[in-house]
Design a protein around this ligand. Structure first.
Ligand code: PRP
Ligand code: MG
Length: 209
């Protein structure tokens, strides 16, 4: 079988991804999430796993540095990468939401300011609604922004809701559901179909069990 390269997002969903692989019989022997190693191989060396920062997974796949990627839909949407989004792996389920202080009015006359790690998604969402906004791009801890007056609201993912709650914020508007996706490089999908198609099928069956 032709070998292919799989880019997996580091972070909170990595262990669940490796667990899902194990379930469908693909074992990355020396993988531990605490290891500093970034490249792993499965038992018969037909899959090379690259362990990369989540925001970079769509770039690896779009440019063909990886044939296949496993990453949150948030990062796929934000990158606007030209890849096939093939399968919902039902890991890391959460919601994209606009959040702020209780009672914050998102429909003010003048443009509101939104802090977010996701400027593209935020821009696309509000422009579809025909609403002008200002965006403050942050790289994390965005919940701070409404508290200290850096922004009126945030656009971010909400999983348990604990981060919002512990900072006195609430969901003002739900944007869309998010989960971990299987994405494929468009050329690889055709050229390496003999190895990638069975991999997709195995995952599909594994998810049904
Ligand atoms: C993510 C996200 C939210 C939080 C949601 O942040 O940006 O802040 O998790 O999870 P919860 O609803 O279960 O609290 P993360 O911990 O990845 O840190 P960062 O935003 O600083 O990168
Ligand atoms: Mg956060």
């Amino acid at each position: 079988m032709e070998a292919f390269t799989l880019a997996v997002a580091k972070g909170r969903t990595a262990n669940q991804t490796i667990h899902l692989m194990k379930k469908i019989g693909i074992i990355f022997n020396n993988f531990t999430s605490s290891s500093r190693k970034l490249v792993f191989y499965n038992s018969d060396k037909t899959i090379r796993l690259l362990f990369v920062k989540a925001v970079d997974v769509p770039t690896y796949v779009e440019r063909g540095a990886a044939d296949v990627g496993i990453v949150g839909k948030d990062n796929v949407l934000e990158s606007e990468a030209d890849v096939y989004d093939i399968l919902d792996l039902r890991i890391g389920q959460c919601t994209f939401a606009i959040a702020g202080k209780p009672g914050e009015n998102l429909n003010k006359e003048k443009p509101i300011t939104i802090a977010t790690k996701y400027p593209t998604i935020t821009h696309n969402y509000f422009s579809k609604k025909g609403k002008a906004i200002h965006i403050v791009k942050l790289n994390g801890s965005v919940e701070l922004a409404p508290l200290i007056g850096l922004a009126d609201a945030i656009v971010d993912i909400v999983e348990t809701g604990n981060t919002l709650k512990e900072n006195g914020l609430v969901v003002l508007e739900e944007v869309e559901p998010i989960s971990t996706r299987l994405i494929i490089n468009k050329a690889s999908f055709a050229i390496k179909s003999t190895s990638i198609q069975p991999f997709i099928e195995k995952l599909r069956l594994g998810l049904e069990e």
